[in-house]
Design a protein around this ligand. Structure first.
Ligand code: ADP
Ligand code: ZN
Length: 518
């Protein structure tokens, strides 16, 4: 059966290979074994039910709280030729009736439902007409009070699930602590279910927490080294968003605000401008970001303390979706901490207890004296074993604030060797980035073993690395042609006998000593 699944992956969705865990999950679902899937956003959860839905004879029902995203998802599936429809309160009565007719004609394999639609008696009755093979619950953490987004409607799914005893249950979430995981499985009565937990480590995110001293200056310093880059700055309050937006604008930055106090039209306009690169920076409250899939967000700044680790992780997770390095800076102040404590103290009972726990784990992360990835991964039930992640403030400081670029240097240098030391840095960067530029193709450099092995970096970063390698004496630049030639030091790097460490401009910290002149 997994062979059939692979065929659909390649022929319908056009992907070469399964990502880690996807094949195991699909196999489990096809064998009608309940499964809980925990994967970070962008990890590829959707095909875990979409592919089985095309193999099952009956219908796959997908519960999702994100009404605004259902339409997009269904349209996307239509592009792939997967017959899917949705029922929710956004449809007109005619559309609603038409979709039910499609279902009755057996022309849909996937039915997306909002939880409140599912809870309606008419829907439950409608569903008894069909053979349902798979009952999928997206954003399953909404079921648990211990999650960050509890929705009472979700809790009732447990009873509805009993309407379809023959359907396998698949619960999906991007943010679940061990406690929430247990809750989901218990509430949904997922017996002997498989649990699939993908790694939550986002290796390309550079994590920094610094003391908030003069936030505007700190942010301006940070932006100074990142001209024209896309980024999001999160603030605690609407007032703070408006203030910072005005301050950044006064400093000639391309910036727009986003918060629930703006009209819907203004919010949509600002969001669109950001997505289309008409504007570099969005200053926002937590209202911003749901469903945003912009691959090249290069930084996320927290001007104020986030609500809890899950929100923080979700917010920084919007950066670097393209796999290229992105920087996450959190400005931490004691008065933010007091502000949050004040709000928590106004709560009562279990709600207060939960909020306190959330704050404690956030403080554990922010005040941790060691690699930031240790407390962050631990929160998601993962043990981080590497000695030095090389991509957080603590680990960078351990290395004298220098990052280890040995691997990238080896890639760059071997590409120089493969092209007979006759080209300049821009061309080498193009080859590493798998560019289809004319000069690359004409010289058949797309056939080199080093073609496309440097996708993790932007062209700009490779150029900066080349400058560093010249400064350090690993490369010499031919003054006439600009071509790069290896020195003996470079050969030691290629053999793995010597390391390359340094600072690329764009990863500079914002500590006051290093502040750039403006
Ligand atoms: P999630 O729901 O976990 O946030 P999605 O299911 O939306 O993630 O997938 C994220 C992206 O990854 C989508 O663009 C999807 O098409 C792509 N994707 C998923 N699985 C694969 C795969 N096996 N190979 C290549 N791309 C994939
Ligand atoms: Zn680290």
């Amino acid at each position: 059966m997994i062979e059939k699944a692979r065929e659909i992956l390649q022929e319908t969705f056009g992907y070469e290979e399964f990502r880690p865990l996807q094949a195991d999950i699909i196999q489990n679902v096809l064998q009608k074994k309940d499964s809980l899937v925990i994967m970070p956003t962008g990890g590829g959860k959707s095909i875990c039910y979409q592919i089985p839905s095309m193999i099952f004879d009956g219908l796959t029902v997908v519960i999702s709280p994100l009404i605004s995203l259902m339409k997009d998802q269904v349209e996307q599936l239509e592009e792939f030729g997967v017959p899917a429809i949705y029922l929710n309160s956004s449809l007109t009565p005619e559309q609603y009736r038409e979709n039910i007719a499609i279902l009755r004609r057996g022309e849909a394999k996937l039915l997306y439902l909002a939880p409140e639609t599912l809870m309606m008696d008419s829907t439950r009755e409608l569903l008894t007409e069909f053979e349902i093979d798979c009952f999928t619950i997206d954003e399953a953490h909404c079921i648990s009070e211990w999650g960050h987004d509890f929705r009472p409607d979700y809790r009732k799914l447990a009873t509805v699930r009993k309407d379809f005893p023959d359907a396998v249950c698949l619960a999906l979430t991007a943010t679940a602590t061990p406690r929430v995981r247990d809750d989901i499985q218990q509430i949904l009565e997922m017996k002997d279910s498989g649990r699939f937990v993908a790694s939550f480590d986002r290796k390309n995110l550079l994590l920094k927490v610094v003391d908030k001293e003069n936030p505007l200056d700190q942010i301006l310093d940070f932006l100074y080294t990142r001209p024209n880059q896309s980024g999001i700055i999160y603030c605690f309050s609407r007032r703070q968003v408006d203030e910072l937006n005005a301050d950044l604008r006064a400093n000639d930055h391309s910036v727009r605000p986003y918060h629930a106090g703006l009209s819907e039209a203004a919010r949509t306009r600002n969001q669109e401008a950001f997505i289309k690169d008409d504007v570099d920076i969005i200053v926002a409250t937590i209202a911003f970001g749901m469903g945003i899939n912009k691959p090249d967000v290069r930084f996320v700044i927290h001007h104020d303390m986030p609500q809890n680790i899950e929100s923080y992780y979700q917010q920084i997770g919007r950066a670097g979706r393209d796999g290229i390095q992105a920087d996450c800076l959190l400005l931490y102040s004691y008065s933010d901490k007091q502000k949050i404590q004040y709000f928590i103290n106004q709560k009562e009972g279990q709600e207060k207890e939960i909020a306190k726990k959330h704050l404690d784990s956030l403080l554990d992360f922010m005040e941790y004296d060691g690699c930031r990835r240790i407390p962050l991964m631990e929160y998601f039930g993962e043990e981080y074993k590497k000695d030095n992640c090389g991509m957080c403030d603590y680990c960078l400081q351990q290395m004298g604030d220098k990052q280890d670029f040995t691997e990238q240097a080896q890639k760059f240098l071997s590409c120089v060797v493969r092209t007979n030391e006759t080209y300049g840095a821009y061309h080498i960067a193009d080859i590493l980035r798998g560019s289809e530029a004319k000069k690359v193709l004409e010289n058949k450099h797309n056939e080199l073993s080093t073609y496309g092995i440097g996708m993790e970096w932007s062209k700009n970063q490779w150029i900066q690395l080349s400058r560093m390698l010249i400064r350090k004496g690993h490369l010499k630049k031919d003054p006439k042609h600009g071509s790069l030639v290896l020195t003996d030091e470079a050969k030691a790097v290629l053999k793995g006998e010597s390391q390359v460490r340094g600072i690329l401009d764009r990863t500079q910290t914002t500590s006051p000593e290093q502040a750039m002149p403006r």
